[in-house]
Design a binder for this molecule. Structure first.
Ligand code: NAD
Length: 333
């Protein structure tokens, strides 16, 4: 029996977590779900988007599955995702994008993984107004040797372990010379210890164009926080959209698994959300928990069921909804 903290999240979060729990139950894996509050729903209920009890539970049980959390735009509380990633030093955000059988997408045979530094960079929301009024604002982007080494080594070690051939380090060191320049220098240093892995670096704007033109040239991308955030949504678009890309936030002691997508307020409560992205995140969690046989079993079920036009969700061109898809997955399992 595995103890897993469950944060259902906001928007479509409760619908897709319910689906994933049903599918995992049908797979036969034994999980003790420990519910915890976070995000907008927690804020509305308790006045705190990240209650201390949630922090305590994650600290204790060390593994969490998390639905998307809404973060107010332009005002309001700081991102709970960023807070959790920083507080538990979940330094590696691993985001695979892989073509699925039977799903219409701009390319076939895409199979890339983004390793996004998860605790610093331009993404941490350290901002301030300067002077009087609100007409001048600044943001701070932090890059340290320690955090850069952790994520870049994680990418290389993963490549060696999983028979991946090439790492592309993505940066903007032509302009942000000190910060992403440091990240690039560290990548070049570390790459020398892995002569079996091809290493190249690429400027982020060119990378965005190259990913759209020829995504097959990429195997593993390692990059800083904000670039990884943006490029992973782009990568989702190459394989069918945000409904199918999962992710893992891994640290040395704790790990949290969540979809790449957000709370999708435009479709929340309609019963049409695609739970595959969160399910793929849960599969990454099962592998983290050494449940590889069950992880394979669920992956195979997804590959079978998702081909069915009558069953899969509308974002993938199907005629089904969250319920038809979940039911079919459970039956397949
Ligand atoms: P979003 O990812 O929620 O939605 C973008 C588009 O993709 C929408 O059209 C949505 O309907 C669609 N989509 C997303 N997931 C889907 C799914 N599973 N099935 C079908 N369609 C899906 O991005 P957004 O609208 O920019 O952000 C909404 C909120 O989510 C914001 O508050 C943002 O801060 C938050 N967010 C949270 C996380 C997270 O918790 N890790 C990540 C990204 C955004």
């Amino acid at each position: 029996m595995h103890d897993v903290v469950l944060m259902s999240g906001d928007g479509i979060g409760p619908e897709i977590t319910e689906s994933v729990i049903e599918v995992l139950e049908a797979s036969g894996v034994s999980i003790n779900w420990i519910p915890a509050k976070a995000g907008m729903s927690a804020f509305e209920e308790t006045g705190d988007p990240l209650p201390q009890e949630t922090v305590r539970l994650f600290d204790r049980y060390r593994v969490a599955l998390k639905g998307p959390l809404a973060t107010p735009v332009g005002k309001g509380f700081r991102s709970v995702n960023v807070a959790l990633r920083q507080q538990f030093n979940l330094y590696a955000n691993i985001r695979p994008a892989k073509t699925l059988p039977g799903i219409k997408s701009p390319f076939s045979g895409v199979n890339l993984i983004i390793f996004r530094e998860n605790t610093q960079g331009m993404y941490i929301g350290q901002e301030r107004h300067v002077g009087i009024g609100e007409d001048h604002a600044e943001t701070i982007g932090v890059i340290t040797r320690k955090a850069s080494e952790l994520i870049i080594r994680a990418a290389f070690d993963y490549a060696v372990k999983n028979d991946r051939k090439k790492i592309t380090l993505v940066h903007k060191a032509n302009i942000m010379k000190l910060t992403t320049g440091l990240f690039l220098d560290i990548g070049k240093e570390i790459s020398k210890a892995y002569p079996m892995i091809e290493f190249q670096d690429m400027i982020v704007d060119n990378t965005a164009m190259q990913m759209v033109l020829n995504p097959h040239q990429f195997d593993i991308i390692v990059t800083t926080n904000l670039f990884g955030d943006i490029l992973s949504d782009l990568a989702s678009g190459l394989v069918g959209g945000l409904g199918v890309t999962g992710s893992a936030n891994i640290g040395t002691t704790h790990a949290m698994f969540e979809a790449v997508h957000g709370s999708a307020p435009d479709i929340a409560g309609k019963g049409i959300a695609n739970p595959t992205a969160l399910l793929f995140s849960a599969i990454m969690m099962l592998r983290y928990l050494d449940e590889n046989v069950i992880a394979d079993k669920i992956t195979n079920a997804v590959h079978e069921v998702i081909k069915d036009d009558d069953v899969r969700t509308g974002d993938l061109g199907g005629r089904g909804n969250t319920t038809t898809y979940t039911k079919a997955l459970c039956e397949a399992l």
